[in-house]
Design a protein around this ligand. Structure first.
Ligand code: ARG
Length: 262
């Protein structure tokens, strides 16, 4: 065989091969997030360390992500994470851009009117972050003409609204929890209210900041995190519940979080 001929047969072989590969793989790349096959698209707000955040390489990681990965493994589905942001996350679940959301989302009666939740997988509560030496010792003190920051439309925001009034201008509602905390550090707010899961991590990571965490358990409810699906999406909800039950049973959930959730 001449050199040209050999090159030609090689080219033909490659063309044939890629045609076969294309035929096999082409169908999977649909943009639609609905339960096609066994891959689920998961939306999150990756600004909430250690629960969900971006690591240095820009990958979405965290305790919530480990939990969903463990669930996915148990139920034999593949998951793909999308960093949607907090407020856009809710419509993204509604319009099918994502199959479900994981984002330290507290199961509340109000949200249950518009969304469905899995069984709880994590327990949290609201705490108050204040500058060291603050005269704030509990939630009651926030009623005292204090400026308070929180992440918008979170349960922390709601706790503050219930205390001082829904439209009180003393509430600084920030797009993310880190921004809410920054308002307090900059002196624009007297206190910042948020989940202990993230506020405690902030304290650990910033030992040099002159701030402290106030816990006032008698005056806040326990919160339970759940995975959130579109209202009526029993298929995905039940599948996820199966996985949650399994990782509760085999100790995997406790291994990830460090505590037991009933
Ligand atoms: N648990 C709170 C809530 O459901 C805050 C969750 C915020 N999560 C986040 N990834 N930003 O309202």
């Amino acid at each position: 065989m001449t050199r040209t001929l050999r090159l030609w047969s090689l080219t033909l072989l490659l063309v044939a091969l890629s045609a076969v590969l294309f035929a096999c793989g082409g169908g999977d790349e649909e943009a639609d997030a609905t339960t096609d096959g066994d891959k689920l698209v998961v939306g999150t707000d990756a600004t909430y360390a250690p629960m969900e955040y971006m690591d240095d390489s820009g990958e979405i990681v965290g305790i919530d992500i480990d939990i969903v990965d463990a669930i996915a493994e148990e139920i034999g589905v593949e998951v793909e994470y999308k960093n949607i942001g907090w407020e856009p996350l809710f419509p993204a679940v509604d319009n099918g851009e994502v199959d479900f959301a994981v984002s330290s989302i507290t199961i509340t009666e109000e949200r249950e009117e518009s969304y469905d939740f899995t069984d709880p997988y994590y327990v949290a509560k609201q705490v108050i972050l204040v500058p060291e030496g603050s005269d704030i010792t509990g939630f009651k003190d926030l009623e005292d003409d204090k400026v308070i920051s929180a992440q918008i439309n979170t349960t922390g925001h709601k706790v503050v609204q219930d205390l001082i009034g829904e439209t009180n201008p003393n509430i600084l509602a920030a797009e993310t929890m880190p921004l809410a905390i920054t308002e307090m550090l900059n002196g624009n707010a007297d206190a910042s209210v948020g989940d202990n899961s993230t506020v405690n991590e902030y304290m650990e990571n910033n030992p040099n900041e002159d701030v402290e965490v106030i816990e006032d358990d008698d005056n806040v409810d326990q919160e339970h995190y759940g995975l959130m699906v579109k209202k009526g999406n029993d298929e995905v909800r039940e599948l996820l519940n199966e996985g949650i039950a399994k990782i509760k049973e085999n100790g995997k959930l406790e291994e990830i979080t460090g505590f037991v959730v009933e």
